[in-house]
Write a protein that binds this ligand. Structure first.
Ligand SMILES: [Zn+2]
Length: 144
């Protein structure tokens, strides 16, 4: 699928997902929009895909990243959210973790893991109980 551009606090973000990812478009957009109230996500591209069991945040968009449907020059950072957990909690935790790295990059800092894990733990708990939010009856990933 091509990317979808959405309005978020502070600007625009874009996302696409693999068919096998067990999140709906509504869930993805709700989480990105909610996270954008905590972290500036303007010009950030999100790729949701299965297979690598984790995530990665890129301070610049790699040349090899497939940005079909987007103008490369309009976008500045990339978040890849992998799954393998099969549960919403794992996806949302990974997403929040990588979003914290984007914040670190935008501040000119290197990605550091402890704040990213703490933010993701906090985020999943905060979002639990919201409509469409994560279930907390599944274990959180130890390390992403
Ligand atoms: Zn990390």
């Amino acid at each position: 699928m091509t990317h979808k551009i959405i309005r978020v606090t502070g600007g625009r973000a874009a996302w696409k997902k693999s068919k096998s990812v067990p999140l709906t478009a509504e869930q993805i957009e709700r989480e990105i929009r909610a996270l954008a109230k905590e972290v500036n996500l303007h010009r950030v591209v999100f790729h949701f895909k299965n297979g690598n069991g984790g995530g990665c945040a890129y301070p610049v968009i790699p040349n090899i990243a497939n940005l079909d449907g987007l103008r490369r020059g309009q976008w500045s950072k990339l978040v890849v959210v992998g799954g393998g957990w099969g549960w919403k909690t794992g996806w949302i935790h990974t997403l929040a973790h990588e979003v914290k790295h984007i914040e670190q990059f935008k501040r000119g800092e290197r990605g550091s893991e402890r704040p990213a894990q703490a933010f993701a733990d906090w985020w999943v708990k905060k979002r639990a109980g919201t409509p469409g939010g994560p279930a907390l009856n599944t274990p959180l990933p130890e390390q992403v």
